[in-house]
Design a protein around this ligand. Structure first.
Ligand code: HEC
Ligand code: HEC
Ligand code: HEC
Ligand code: HEC
Ligand code: HEC
Length: 190
């Protein structure tokens, strides 16, 4: 039994109440006093992650990463490397003309393909047009992996904007990597 709970002789009762007593009682009490703070520190500022946009076809990155597909198979970065493109339906149909052709989702995909229309994917990450951003520069010169700015995509069935791409987030990484913080670095291209 912990000394705190052991019945005490009458003349010693009340000792435990003296918090500055450096005994076990005091330590137990301090833990209880600190507990709400410890829990609070974990939950005080929950990071807001917007809900995922509703996509026209339920595409799972997890399922396709498990099928062994590299990011670059679907997201090419053509010159000058500003954008990571979304894949054309022909990329999907190279497999899905054979894989699961009877699935209603694949039939919807095949419908877009036959009409030569791109799948109207809803965008997850978006920064305003007045900000200059180059994907290739960040993946090569800055050596940032996709997960730095987009999270563990290969584990996700559904993508949502789980990483911050605000000006503050860009600045934080530039500061810690010695990259420029000058306003015209990201706005109004030199
Ligand atoms: C390298 C081949 C390959 C490519 C390319 C590919 N997929 Fe798939 N896809 C698969 C495999 C494998 C599965 C899992 C099938 C299973 O569950 O047995 C799958 C599953 C799916 C499913 C779930 C189907 C269902 O009803 O269970 C959807 C939707 C889908 N893919 C959409 C796409 C889209 C959209 C693209 C293009 C952006 C694409 N796929 C590109 C191989 C591929
Ligand atoms: C089989 C093709 C395929 C592969 C492989 C693939 N993606 Fe995608 N990706 C898509 C499609 C289709 C979308 C649009 C649907 C969505 O947002 O889930 C997309 C959307 C995204 C988006 C959101 C873009 C936006 O802002 O709307 C990011 C970020 C992304 N992919 C990163 C990755 C990363 C990182 C990898 C490698 C781990 C990867 N993708 C592998 C097909 C693919
Ligand atoms: C330094 C941060 C950063 C890194 C690293 C990064 N991205 Fe992005 N990504 C962004 C931002 C910011 C956007 C929104 C760009 C916009 O709206 O023009 C974006 C948008 C996208 C899009 C939507 C199309 C577009 O270009 O706007 C895809 C797809 C994508 N990223 C895939 C990837 C893949 C795949 C990798 C790894 C090879 C990667 N990203 C690495 C920050 C990053
Ligand atoms: C992972 C850390 C990291 C993040 C996050 C990041 N950057 Fe960068 N960025 C760098 C580094 C490092 C360089 C310098 C690369 C070099 O050596 O040229 C750079 C370079 C740049 C450049 C100059 C590229 C060129 O073409 O010359 C621009 C513009 C830029 N970043 C904008 C942004 C914006 C906008 C964001 C937020 C959406 C952002 N960065 C987020 C690390 C980062
Ligand atoms: C590393 C890149 C980067 C640098 C450097 C940078 N910005 Fe930004 N800025 C951004 C991004 C990204 C956004 C858009 C954030 C969003 O709304 O998604 C932005 C947005 C803004 C906005 C609009 C804010 C709003 O609330 O809509 C202003 C104004 C602005 N920046 C001014 C500045 C000034 C002034 C400087 C120099 C001190 C500066 N920026 C330096 C990346 C940068």
């Amino acid at each position: 039994m912990s000394p705190c709970l052991r019945p005490r002789p009458f003349h010693k009762r009340g000792r435990c109440a003296s918090l500055l007593d450096h005994g076990i009682c005091a330590r137990v009490l301090w833990i209880w006093l600190l507990l709400p703070w410890l829990l609070g520190a974990q939950t005080a500022r929950p990071k807001y992650v917007p809900p995922p946009p509703e996509q026209p076809i339920p595409f799972s990155h997890r399922q396709h990463a498990a099928a062994g597909l590299e990011c670059s198979k679907c997201h090419t970065m053509p010159d000058p490397g500003d954008f990571a493109e979304l894949p054309a339906t022909s990329v999907c149909m190279s497999c899905h003309s054979q894989i699961k052709p009877d699935s209603p989702h694949i039939q919807k995909l095949a419908g877009f393909h036959d009409e030569r229309k791109p799948v109207p994917w809803k965008r997850v990450y978006r920064i305003p047009d007045y900000v200059f951003f180059n994907h290739r520069q960040h993946v090569t010169a800055a050596r940032a992996g996709c997960e730095t700015c987009h999270g563990p995509v290969a584990e996700r069935d559904v993508l949502r904007k789980e990483k911050d791409t605000s000006m503050a987030a860009c600045m934080d990484c530039h500061r810690s990597n010695g990259a420029s913080l000058a306003c015209n670095y990201c706005h109004d291209q030199r």
